[in-house]
Design a protein around this ligand. Structure first.
Ligand code: ZN
Ligand code: ZN
Ligand code: ZN
Length: 282
């Protein structure tokens, strides 16, 4: 049995194993909902899913005609999904504690992955759902790039922003807060200076959740869809942009894996991007 929770601790649920599948999903909706390049889910029979607390804090957003996504209304963490039609429950692996007894088996929706997201492991890749899963994928239109401008939006599209000029840096963070907040193996963030960033629409829908004992760690999300959105940090003079919210190529690629000492035990880091146990030296 695995226990699941959100970043703020309001959502608590249980999901009985054994898990039948574990996959990395690179679809545009997962990218926006989690703010990352991909989300990782475990799947189990629906009968083994139970709420312990916080179901009243759960916000549901129908992201497609046959899919509902959920998130914590307090902190924005993506929640579990039940699919009665298929008799299964799916939960973000990063929200679950303990040994899951399963490792990621494949990459799905690779056909719609972000340009900055490079898959470096040897797991099988599927353009949409794996052949065994009899379901139709949803593909959303892409955004045409504009010279010198990088654009992004939340999952529902009500919140939009644009950035002028080149980014400062891009990092994949594996710390426990990023894993719970994004409900994903790691966060992928692009950093810009404050004056490069502006909201185009929907700023009033954005909610921030600051981790109580953290100096800076704050999640910003759209209260309608749970999509992770940029967070202008006035104290630091930077904007932290969840790379999954980007609609166009930022022209930068992840430069480091940081806080690797805290990484998920089920996630193997592959590829040549440098790894740092905690913060890299300035
Ligand atoms: Zn929460
Ligand atoms: Zn997906
Ligand atoms: Zn939204």
């Amino acid at each position: 049995m695995a226990k699941g929770r959100c970043l703020c601790g309001a959502l608590n649920y249980e999901l009985d194993g054994p898990f039948s599948a574990m996959m990395h999903c690179h679809c545009s909706m997962c990218r926006k909902h989690h703010g990352t390049g991909f989300a990782t889910f475990v799947v189990a029979p629906i009968a083994g899913f139970r709420w312990v607390s916080g179901e009243d804090k759960l916000v549901r957003y129908p992201s497609s005609p046959n899919g509902v996504r959920s998130f914590c209304g307090v902190c924005g963490s993506a929640g579990p999904t039940t699919m009665p039609k298929y008799g299964i429950a799916a939960a973000p692996a990063a929200s679950l504690e303990g040994d899951l007894g399963i490792k990621p088996q494949n990459h799905i929706f690779v056909g719609s992955k972000a340009a900055w997201d490079e898959i470096t492991d040897a797991l099988p890749q599927h353009d949409a759902y794996p052949p065994a899963f009899d379901a139709e994928g949803v593909f959303r239109p892409t955004v045409a790039p504009r010279a010198g401008i990088t654009e992004g939006s939340c999952l529902c599209g009500e919140v939009g922003y644009e950035i002028t000029g080149a980014p400062m840096r891009m990092m994949n963070c594996h710390c426990g807060r990023c894993r719970l907040g994004r409900a994903a193996a790691h966060a992928s963030n692009v950093f810009y200076k404050l004056d490069q960033f502006r909201w185009l629409r929907g700023e009033s829908l954005v909610k921030e959740f600051k981790v109580a004992d953290a100096r800076f760690h704050t999640v910003a999300f759209c209260t309608r869809c749970g999509g992770k959105v940029p967070r202008p940090s006035l104290d630091r003079g930077v904007v932290v942009v969840p790379a999954g919210s980007l609609d166009t190529d930022p022209g930068i690629r992840p430069q480091a894996h940081i806080f690797v000492a805290d990484k998920a035990h089920w996630f193997d880091i592959t590829g040549s991007v440098p790894q740092f146990e905690a913060m890299p030296p300035a």
